[in-house]
Design a binder for this molecule. Structure first.
Ligand code: NDP
Length: 286
């Protein structure tokens, strides 16, 4: 069984990005910039934002923090986003979700310039991804695809089952897996809470992608022998972090699996950095 090392892979990607940024900065070019907007005082969001800012600093991306009170108006938040759109030092804009009640996250995300939308949530980028055009793909599905690519795990011609259809994980992942091309070409089944027989669908999967947010829900009897499991779920339990797969019961059945923690999680931040550097390269015409 191969334990897919997302932590190590993400570290390699960060090193590659750091080398690329350093090379240009040494030649006198400005460093990439990421504006990070955090509204309110949600504890989990504060931790995520701190981790993202630290990861930026490690690869030489300058982060521009914007901490706003939960009472900020929609108009003021959109004005800030428009100002960042116009700021030449900013290559990417990250709006940490969820927003406090009363703020319209769709409207705020749509205010971000698609060329600076390094989270890949703007409808223009969602559309471009669906059409197979260049643009930013959401970081978690992009991280999953990068992990598969670096491990030489091709889904082409295989049956891929994705469990979970959120706009940020399951749905875009199903699009990327089914796209034509070397790293796509899977036959994809997208499952959700209204899927009648989840266990039977999972048993058909050569590749099983779990994005439910239900701790240890997928057990060994639901998995085809020799399958690859990519466990995107991150669930906080009394015994610590766990994925959506019951690791102990599936591990002897699978050919490869991502652990939780240390699997897909670190790849998500690596893709945010990669998208930011990509935006910088394209804006600086490097
Ligand atoms: P959502 O809650 O938005 O979506 C969960 C999806 O799972 C929904 O489509 C839901 O179906 C489906 N679902 C829930 N329970 C079942 C069930 N019993 N059977 C079948 N389908 C089910 O979550 P997210 O997509 O935002 O996140 C999913 C998981 O991934 C979470 O654990 C989250 O923490 C983790 N995550 C990890 C990231 C990483 O970096 N590794 C990044 C983002 C998220 P329905 O639509 O019908 O309600």
């Amino acid at each position: 069984m191969i334990l897919i090392d997302g932590k190590g892979t993400a570290a390699s990607i960060r090193m590659e990005l750091k080398d690329s940024v350093e090379g240009h900065v040494l030649l006198g070019r400005r460093a990439p910039g990421l504006a990070v907007i955090l509204v309110g005082d949600d504890a989990a969001s504060q931790v995520y934002v701190r981790n993202k800012e630290k990861a930026c600093a490690d690869v030489g991306i300058v982060s521009f923090p914007h901490r706003l009170p939960a009472t900020v108006s929609q108009a003021d938040l959109v004005t800030l986003i428009r100002n960042l759109n116009a700021d030449d030092a900013v290559d990417g804009i990250l709006l940490q979700l969820p927003l406090p009640a009363g703020l319209n996250s769709h409207a705020c995300l749509e205010a971000i310039d698609p060329q600076k939308d390094v989270d890949g949530f703007h409808p223009v980028n969602v559309g471009r991804m669906s059409l197979g055009l260049p643009g930013f793909a959401p970081c978690t599905p992009a991280g999953v695809m990068e992990l598969l690519r670096r491990y030489g795990l091709s889904v082409a011609g295989k049956k891929a089952v994705v469990v979970g259809r959120s706009n940020i994980v399951g749905k875009p992942l199903s699009v990327l897996l089914s796209r034509p091309g070397e790293m796509g070409n899977a036959t994809v089944v997208l499952c959700h809470s209204a899927t009648p027989n989840l266990a039977e669908e999972c048993r058909q999967a050569d590749f099983l992608f779990l994005a439910m947010g239900r701790p240890c829900c997928i057990t060994g009897d639901m998995v085809k022998p020799g399958a690859v499991i990519v466990d995107i779920g991150i669930n906080r339990t009394e015994t610590g972090l766990t994925g959506d797969a019951d690791f102990a019961s599936v591990k002897d059945k699978v050919a490869a699996i991502t652990p939780v923690p240390g699997g897909v999680g670190p790849m998500t931040i690596a893709m945010l950095l990669k998208n930011t550097v990509q935006s910088w390269q394209s804006r600086m015409q490097l």
